[in-house]
Write a protein that binds this ligand. Structure first.
Ligand SMILES: [Fe+2]
Length: 319
């Protein structure tokens, strides 16, 4: 019997090497410093749709090359709705820089400050408090700690498909409120900035992916973390049902864990995944610096064809 395939080599000679059973593949044979042709872009997109997050090792691209790579897949948004200090000349780049978080969390409890290697270290899909959350995110590592600081992703399509049928039907019918701002920001300068520009959206709990047609369990714990977030449910019912879904999306078999090296790039489909920032880095001892760009997203659509609703804020558009 032939051994099972571990690598798919495409017509262009690009290797797609899955790294976990349900999510995540390394792509080899592509140099992100070079301008990519349409066929290569199409193959990366197809691997992204299949594996939800793809990894490129040892690329060492700079801000301009990251922006150019991102633009091959769509419009890029500004760095973040609450970001006011992107790198000079690169308004699309969001620094995930442990050295900045000491400032961000000034006023927050000391233990929180010590652990914060990222602005959000709970499971989340990027910026789902927007009515049009980013379609994709591209993150590259520049400085990584000698140990700790891995990122994990989970496949929200696999999580949905593994729900018991009656629970999937219930999920199909629900909508939930997503708001920006975790309790950890309270009292800090960053917290004040969020309060001044609130972002709130109501999304279907199951969204239909506009390109693959797949259904994803679109709950984003960091953004749907308060009581009374499932529309028409009371606080206790909402908490109970969200806990069920959160447990489902964080089951280990739907996840992949990525150990960063400097120069690595991760590109995820933000419409079909959630991810978990690390909380195991002592940023008073080690620096951790990564840079993110996000692709402009569409307004999610539920199983019943209904779109998400904007409650506060505005659409986040790119160029
Ligand atoms: Fe994130």
């Amino acid at each position: 019997m032939a051994p099972p395939t571990t690598t798919t080599t495409t017509e262009l000679g690009i290797d797609v090497r899955p790294v976990a059973g349900n999510i995540g593949a390394e792509i080899h044979g592509v140099d992100l410093r070079e301008e990519l042709d349409d066929a290569t872009v199409a193959e990366i997109r197809s691997a992204l749709h299949r594996w939800k997050v793809v990894f490129f090792r040892d690329q060492h691209i700079d801000h301009a090359q990251q922006v150019a790579f991102g633009r091959r897949f769509g419009k890029l948004t500004p760095a973040h709705p609450h970001e006011d200090a992107p790198p000079e000349g690169h308004p699309e780049i969001l620094p995930i820089d442990s050295r900045r978080y000491n400032k961000f969390f000034a006023g927050a409890p000391a233990d929180a400050k010590k652990l914060k290697a990222t602005y959000d270290n709970g499971w989340h899909t990027d910026v789902t408090a927007l009515v049009n959350p980013p379609a994709g995110s591209i993150l590259r590592a520049e400085i990584v700690p000698p140990y700790g600081g891995d990122t994990q992703w989970t496949n929200l399509v696999a999580a949905y498909e593994a729900l018991p049928e009656p629970l999937a039907r219930l999920a199909d019918s629900l909508r939930a409120k997503h708001s920006f701002g975790q309790p950890i920001f309270e009292g800090s300068e960053y917290g004040k900035k969020i309060k001044a520009n609130p972002l709130v959206a109501i999304h279907p709990v199951v969204r239909v992916h506009p390109e693959t047609g797949e259904r994803a369990l679109f709950v984003s714990p960091s953004f749907t973390s308060r009581d009374n977030e499932i529309i028409d449910f009371g606080p206790r019912q909402s908490r109970a049902i969200l806990d069920l879904f959160y447990e489902q999306i964080s089951r280990p078999e739907f996840t992949v864990r990525f150990r960063w090296n400097p120069g690595d790039v991760a590109f995820w489909d933000n419409r079909a995944t959630a991810h978990l920032g690390p909380s195991d880095v002592d940023i008073t001892a080690f620096d951790r610096v990564l840079y993110r760009v996000t692709l402009e997203g569409d307004v999610p659509v539920g199983v019943d064809g209904r779109e998400s609703e904007l409650v506060a804020g505005q659409q986040f558009l790119g160029s």
